[in-house]
Design a protein around this ligand. Structure first.
Ligand SMILES: [Zn+2]
Length: 354
């Protein structure tokens, strides 16, 4: 029995705003760091290198090393992590999910604080303790630790490719089905929810899906809410001590696709489609999920990717085997049969997938 209150790690630096890449140095200095290693994703030095290195130099932060790469194979990173200079005090990652996961992992291995500076928000990884790495060539979730700092420049996110924004939208909306799966697990005496994590996860998604979204996805207010909510989703996982508040049957379907496809689609794209499907299977807030995904243009975008319904069908069968210890809707045979039927019969899915 657990009788103590929960203790969690939360980021010390949290700065979401416009034009704040110029403030990175001041934020790092305020925390007392003077020796940093910078990891940029491919192409990111050209875009953001100057503003970030200028800001660090102005704040008298020594840049011990500056890397630009996107190799997220765990076998490679384990060796790479040991090459970090001994007097490094902080590791700063700048770019998309891949480089942030890489920098998060090498910080974890070196027991150093990590500052996460996402240049796109395609999932909640920039604010969570886990990372997604290639293990034996396949995308897998690997434990690491919560970033020490999160700095998000909304101007930068606003200019990121629409597919990445849609992926963030898909990953966020999944809290609706994930939390419902978690509660279902508890109702069936197969697990226990953490009420605080449930509250945070619900609040995070509701603040976005309840917005009046007759707007474009590059609206700054919308993006600010999306970013804040993805951060809260990362915190909900930290409170729970596992990914359950942010990852249910819809994520298992996405993991099924990851294990199946040579080139999987963006995480949040797969998850968003699976959330729509599972909200219908669960018969839970399906109208809200539908309205949100239709009005943001999510399905219109997904249609352009020409994703095969047959792949989803296979992924549905694989899904329960990904986490056999969990007990979500997708672990039920009749739910899987219903989900597969929806792939063919649901008008939105029939129109979106090929
Ligand atoms: Zn996710």
């Amino acid at each position: 029995m657990k009788t103590t209150t929960s203790r969690i790690s939360i980021p010390t630096i949290l700065n979401v705003g416009r034009g704040n890449l110029a403030d990175v140095g001041a934020a790092v200095r305020k925390s007392g760091f003077s020796n940093a290693v910078l990891c940029f994703g491919s192409g990111m030095v050209q875009l953001f290198g100057e503003s970030i290195t200028d800001s660090l130099q102005k704040a008298n932060i020594n840049i011990l090393r500056l890397f630009e790469q996107d190799n997220n194979q765990i076998e490679y990173l384990a060796g790479f992590a040991y090459g970090i200079p001994a007097h490094t005090q902080v590791i700063i990652g700048v770019g998309g999910g891949r480089v942030l996961d890489m920098a998060k992992y090498i910080s974890f291995v070196n027991n150093l604080p990590f500052i996460s500076i996402p240049t796109s928000v395609s999932n909640d990884g920039f604010s969570s303790s886990g990372c997604s790495l290639l293990v034996g060539g396949r995308r897998r979730s690997v434990p690491a630790k919560m970033p020490y700092g999160i700095i998000v420049d909304i101007n930068v996110i606003k200019n990121s490719p629409e597919g990445l924004i849609y992926s963030g939208i898909g990953d966020l909306v999944s809290k609706i089905t994930a939390v419902y799966d978690w509660e279902y697990e508890e109702q069936n005496n197969k697990g226990m929810v953490n009420d605080f994590a449930v509250m945070i996860a619900k609040k995070s998604v509701n603040s976005v899906v309840r917005m009046d979204i007759q707007l474009n996805i590059r609206d700054e207010f919308f993006l600010n809410e999306l970013v804040d909510s993805l951060i809260m989703s990362g915190i909900a996982m930290e409170i729970a001590g596992n990914s359950a508040p942010a990852s249910g049957s819809e994520h298992l379907i996405s993991h099924g696709l990851d294990s199946l496809l040579e080139k999987p689609y963006l995480h949040g794209i797969q998850v968003g489609v699976a959330t729509y499907l599972m909200s219908k299977v669960q018969d839970h807030r399906a109208a809200r999920v539908t309205k949100f995904l239709v009005e943001t243009g999510f399905f219109r975008y997904v249609k352009s990717l020409q994703i095969q319904a047959a792949d989803f069908e296979k992924a549905i069968d694989i899904a329960p085997t990904i986490k056999p210890d969990r007990y979500t809707y997708i672990h039920q045979e009749d739910s899987r049969a219903f989900a597969k039927r929806l792939l063919k019969e649901d008008p939105i899915l029939a129109d979106t997938l090929i």
